[in-house]
Design a protein around this ligand. Structure first.
Ligand code: SAH
Ligand code: DHB
Ligand code: MG
Length: 219
């Protein structure tokens, strides 16, 4: 009997999703005691694919951890690109700095240490892609703060919007799930967010999903 995790591993192997630098980043994060909550390779590759489809040069990431998704995004923006990534935990930021440097993309990654809502006003746009992946309670606040930095066509991706189905469970009123619902409602209600969908994912990291939206107008 194969599982969704086996299939994720199968594609990872057959599409050669992870190279030595990505594996090294994952292993360093683990050795440094960071939680095992980075995107799996298949999702990192999706982020990079979306960034390439958008022709992204300027990316904002909220929630760096050890820089694993940051490396995917930094590769996608190319040598002329810039990924700004926001992280509140000094140890995470330090590990991420090492990982992006070792991966050879350190010159196109800016890590801003501090609560993301404090750093966001210092970020400059226009942004081509925004990846929201930090404390879920603030999901909507992050999207709201990023919108003035967007342009028509900016892609917004929010991680972890399914959480084992909890998003749709009427009994679940936890802060994390409320944070997910709040950002879904914002995307639904804000006329600047023109096109949106949510995709469920299964695999190495269980049952979860992405919210993906495209900015239509910025006015
Ligand atoms: N994007 C990463 C995973 C991020 S995990 C990857 O896929 O590789 C979430 C990160 O958000 C953690 O490192 C956590 O410390 C950070 N975080 C939590 N609250 C935050 C806040 N208020 N501001 C900035 N970062 C925050
Ligand atoms: C978890 C997973 C994530 O991708 C994340 O950003 C935060 C938490 C988790 O599994 O707890
Ligand atoms: Mg996540």
């Amino acid at each position: 009997m194969t599982t969704a995790a086996d299939v994720d591993d199968w594609f990872c192997e057959h599409l050669h999703l992870e190279d030595d630098a990505l594996r090294a980043a994952r292993e360093r994060a683990q050795a440094e005691g960071l939680p095992d909550i980075a995107v799996p390779p298949s999702h990192g590759a999706l982020l990079a694919t979306l960034a390439r489809l958008a022709g992204a040069r300027r990316v904002l990431e909220v929630g760096t951890l050890g820089g694993y998704s940051t490396i995917w995004l930094a590769r996608a923006v190319g040598p002329e690109g810039l990924v700004t990534t926001l992280e509140v935990d000094p140890h995470h930021a330090e590990v991420a700095r090492t990982c992006v440097d070792v991966a050879g993309v350190g010159d196109r990654v800016e890590i801003l240490l501090g609560p993301a809502l404090d750093s966001l006003p210092t970020v400059s746009g226009p942004l081509d892609l925004v990846f929201v992946d930090a404390d879920k309670q603030n999901n909507a606040a992050y999207v709201r703060a990023a919108l003035p930095l967007a342009r028509p066509g900016t892609v917004i991706v929010v991680d972890n919007v399914v959480r084992d189905g909890r998003v749709a469970d009427p009994e679940d009123d936890s802060a994390v799930v409320r944070g997910v619902r709040e950002v879904v409602d914002l995307v639904d209600a804000d006329p600047r967010l023109e096109l949106a969908t949510a995709l469920q994912t299964v695999g190495r990291k269980g049952w979860d999903g992405f919210l993906v939206a495209v900015v239509g107008t910025t006015g």
